[in-house]
Design a protein around this ligand. Structure first.
Ligand code: FAD
Length: 379
């Protein structure tokens, strides 16, 4: 087996950025990816209706990080996309995050300005200074009425736990707008890649020093690839230490069933994403991909998302028990030499795309400071 400078497990954001960085300082990089495609959870493709769809849920790029924005612009053109989400609540359709319109629609309030919205929130929120769980976190921000309609059941569907069973941190930063702003994100840069995410990753990985081995689970071929300079692992941290499962408990993850349907109509719904926060349906949201980039097609594709226990791990479950178990895995990981755990699953932490980009190139900078001036810098 030939020597590899850099062995990377996973061709998602973390793996691809590290591959690009190392390839540009002359290192030979091999990426091993278990799926039959690159781009990790950002993967998209043209479906049978001629529509660009994301296989693992809609991915909206948003960042305040200048360095990340400059980095991704090297590999794709981007078009501005200010994402909006609406929710079907009872018989009404309201903006998310909660804003003046949401409260007016749901409670027949007559709020007209920021001051009145702040007063409404002040009057309804529960006086909890230090929330001890997710329920208290929401109650302290918006009070029981919005909690019941917008957060309680949605959280149960998403996590299979009521907010009271989750850390306060999971829900304490829920955005609440005191104006009419109905954008889902408020970051400076909000955009989508013109040719899609898969093309963005093809461009990141387009370097003679990078080889990608698809449809290969690292743990099936591990013993064939022991001769590396550095190993970057971006899969689930507990899987890496599976041989120690008798000592360490398994971490919990949430997965999603994506159920796709073709609808013989120009459009199915008025917006790209419609959330269903109530218990009347099992799915959490419906995505209609045609809205992104105003795509044209005779039919339309919708995808219902059902959050489930079993399947591909997508979301770490943030509660004290998992945090404690993760700390033990991290202690094991820290003892390894020339092996780095990078990204969402390896750090058991939800990262937005921009955080994943930044973590990966920050790690590269930290490890290769001495050669910093010789690589194609992103900033
Ligand atoms: P991943 O993309 O998960 O890449 C890890 C790769 O490693 C995968 O390709 C996997 O197949 C591979 N792998 C794992 N184990 C092995 C193994 N044993 N052998 C070989 N290969 C292996 N972020 C946003 O900013 N905006 C959004 O709108 C957004 N929407 C999201 C929607 C959903 C449903 C999900 C789940 C995430 C969303 N994200 C969003 C987050 C975004 O997907 C992550 O930030 C990003 O994917 C993290 O990249 P990563 O490289 O850490 O992990």
């Amino acid at each position: 087996m030939k020597d590899i400078d850099i062995l990377i497990i996973g061709a998602g954001i973390s793996g691809s950025v590290l591959a690009e960085r190392y390839a540009n300082i002359g290192k030979k990089v091999l990426i091993i990816e278990k799926r039959n495609h690159i781009a990790g959870n950002c993967y998209d493709y043209i479906d049978e209706n001629g529509i660009l769809v994301s296989k693992y849920g809609a991915h909206l790029f948003h960042t305040n990080e200048e360095s990340v924005w400059k980095y991704v612009n090297q590999f794709s053109e981007w078009y501005p996309w200010e994402h909006k989400v609406v929710a079907r609540v009872d018989t009404k359709t309201v903006p998310i995050p909660v804003n003046i319109t949401t409260v007016n629609e749901l409670f027949d309030a007559k709020i007209t300005n920021e001051e009145e919205m702040k007063e409404w929130l002040e009057k309804h929120r529960s006086p909890i200074a230090t929330p001890s769980n997710g329920e208290e976190a929401v109650l302290s921000r918006v009070g029981p009425h919005l909690y019941e309609k917008m957060f309680k059941h949605y959280t149960k569907k998403q996590w299979d736990k009521y907010p009271s069973e989750l850390d306060a941190s999971v829900l304490e930063r829920i955005p609440v707008r005191t104006n009419y702003d109905d954008r889902y994100f408020s970051d400076v840069y909000q955009a989508l890649p013109k040719g899609g995410y898969t093309q963005l990753f093809e461009n990141i990985l387009n370097h003679p020093n990078i080889e990608v081995l698809l449809e290969t689970d690292y743990f099936d071929v591990k013993d064939d690839f022991t001769n590396y300079g550095k190993l970057f692992y971006t899969g689930p941290v507990d899987r890496f230490f599976a041989f120690k499962h008798s000592l360490l408990e398994k971490l919990e993850y949430r997965s999603i069933n994506f159920v796709s349907e073709t609808i013989d109509a120009e459009f199915y719904q008025e917006n790209s994403v419609v959330n269903y926060p109530g218990m009347e349906v099992d799915f959490t949201r419906i995505i209609e991909y045609k809205h992104f980039g105003n795509q044209k097609s005779e039919k339309t594709t919708i995808v219902k998302e059902f959050t489930v226990d079993e399947g591909e791990p997508y979301y770490p479950v943030p509660n004290p028990r998992n945090q404690e178990i993760y700390t033990k895995y991290k202690a094991e990981a820290d003892q390894l030499v020339d092996v780095y755990f990078v990204g969402r699953l390896a750090n058991y932490k939800y990262f937005n795309m921009d955080q994943a980009f930044k973590n990966a190139f920050d790690l590269f900078d930290a490890l290769e400071k001495t050669t910093k001036s010789t690589y194609k810098t992103a900033v």
